[in-house]
Ligand binder design. Structure first.
Ligand SMILES: Nc1ncnc2c1ncn2[C@@H]1O[C@H](COP(=O)(O)OP(=O)(O)OP(=O)(O)O)[C@@H](O)[C@H]1O
Ligand SMILES: [Mg+2]
Length: 232
């Protein structure tokens, strides 16, 4: 399975999400490759290097990919690993365009702010460009991420309203939500996923619960209906 976290907006939580999904997949016994396709920042690569230097088990393999043969490299690497999780930078890049051609799952973490909603046009364009090179459909899975924990805020519902009002085809809003929680940067700084944090307090447990829910939704429920063949 090739999973991509990619959007054209910075700081939405793509790298944190890639790291946590990679950890959950590895903990499920899968051989996971993390691909950092945002080589200039290299955040995912640095996180995975820290994990490896700290000897954290399970291990995840990492690689930096850049340039016009990214899709080709991904296809080659997919033969050697059970799963690949690709993290792209928060902008339109050659790597994002290439990853979209070969990904099975595309997760787009976002908040329902106007600035982020304006990026939807670009995402629609990138999806249709990728479809020209794919044998199968790909859906963009919008994830309410870094969502407010305030009880009166429902970032997911707001995102759903935007998608419904615009009649967006080829995109859906995931049921899961990733909230803004201190556990994520804490785990990130230790080369861990939130589910690996020692002595979990309530905040950490909430983060673990939502990552587990997202993991199930992405890899178990939604994946079954995701890759519909393109009509001949
Ligand atoms: N759910 C979360 N709760 C709290 N902090 C978060 C969460 N997700 C990400 N962060 C923090 O927000 C910052 C940006 O997150 P991250 O690097 O994952 O975003 P990104 O979308 O990959 O950014 P870029 O577009 O620059 O690659 C980091 O400092 C990270 O620790
Ligand atoms: Mg990033």
């Amino acid at each position: 399975m090739i999973v991509l976290t990619g959007s054209v907006k910075g700081g939405t939580g793509k790298t944190v999400l890639a790291a946590n999904l990679g950890v959950e997949r590895a903990r499920a016994g899968r051989q996971v490759l993390l691909v950092d396709a945002d080589a200039d920042q290299g955040n995912l690569n640095d996180w995975a290097a820290l994990r490896s230097e700290s000897g954290i088990d399970p291990a995840v393999t990492r690689v930096l990919l850049k340039g016009r043969d990214t899709a080709q490299q991904l296809v080659r690497l997919a033969e050697k690993f059970d799963d690949i999780v690709i993290d792209c930078g928060g902008f339109d890049s050659q790597e994002l365009r290439q990853a979209l051609v070969v990904a099975d799952i595309w997760i787009i973490p976002m908040k329902p702010s106007q600035f982020q909603i304006w990026t939807l046009e670009k995402l629609i364009e990138l999806r249709s460009l990728a479809m020209g090179f794919r044998p199968t459909e790909i859906e963009g899975w919008l994830l309410a991420a870094r969502a407010s924990t305030h009880p009166s805020h429902d970032d997911r519902a707001a995102l759903e309203t935007v998608v419904r009002e615009r009649g967006l085809e080829g995109f859906r809003v995931l049921s899961s939500v990733i909230h803004e929680r201190a556990a994520y940067p804490v785990a990130e700084g230790m080369g861990l996923g939130v589910s690996e944090l020692p002595r979990p307090d309530r905040g950490v447990r909430n983060a673990v619960d939502e990552v587990t829910r997202l993991y199930r939704e992405v890899f178990e429920d939604a994946a079954e209906t995701a890759v519909a063949p393109v009509a001949a």
